[in-house]
Ligand binder design. Structure first.
Ligand code: GSH
Length: 216
């Protein structure tokens, strides 16, 4: 038996877990949960993820965990091998925690709003407020202005090593151009562009960026 990973093809949160599983080379069985068919709200899935969301993991002994970032940390801290992804040195760890918090409150918060209020209605041919999407783009731009200064001094967002903080940005950031938000490739922020290009080339991302289960 191997670790079970419940996810959905187009789920950004599931892509984070898929990347970490690949970075750490952890064997797993992928179990697709079709959100389009409402499988996430069926009693058998709610029994393991009571919010009815993906992703979720279940270990051999039945230990169950949900929330993509909690799963990512758990995998990094409890499975050997692969890159460190969470720094152990005191100050590097502090900067890592800072970057993760910034990602959640100053980046993902706005990106998620772009997805929920713009991208999903767009795919469903429903109306959405273009002005609101532009405002969200401005909030993301303000965050990237700070990132530009950070990345002028370090290779990655939390220092000179790749961490989970970098990985967390990829799935959501990758969707922004669909809504006309091309900030991650904007010449105005050369260090952000350098960083984005570098993390976008990660093999783990290349394999899952077009959807799960991803390429072998
Ligand atoms: N904070 C959660 C968010 C999970 C989440 O929103 N998953 C979406 C797919 S990306 C989902 O399952 N949506 C279905 C629903 O909320 O009903 C995490 O990071 O795991």
């Amino acid at each position: 038996m191997v670790l079970k990973f419940y996810g959905y093809e187009h789920s950004t949160a599931s892509q984070i877990v898929a990347m970490v599983l690949r970075e750490k080379k952890i064997p797993y069985e992928y179990i697709p949960i079709d959100l389009g068919k409402g499988e996430h709200k069926q009693p058998n899935y709610l029994a393991i993820q009571p919010f009815g969301q993906v992703p979720c993991i279940v270990e051999d002994d039945g230990f169950t965990l949900y929330e993509s970032r909690a799963i990512a940390r758990y995998l990094v801290e409890n499975y050997p091998g692969g890159p460190e992804l969470i720094p152990s040195e005191r100050k590097k760890r502090g900067l890592f925690d800072q970057a993760v918090s910034v990602e959640g409150f100053n980046f993902e918060r706005y990106v998620n709003a772009v997805i929920m209020e713009g991208l999903l209605p767009k795919f469903r041919n429903q109306p959405y407020n273009e002005e609101r999407i532009k405002e969200l783009g401005k909030s993301i731009a303000s965050t990237l202005d700070v990132y530009e200064k950070t990345l002028a001094k370090s290779r990655y967002i939390a220092g000179d090593e790749l961490t989970l903080a970098d990985i967390y940005h990829l799935p959501g950031g990758n969707l922004l151009p669909i809504m006309g938000i091309n900030l991650l490739q904007d010449d105005a922020r050369p260090n952000v562009v350098r960083w984005w290009n570098e993390i976008s080339k990660l093999e783990s991302w290349q394999k899952v960026k077009d959807g799960l289960p991803g390429k072998d």
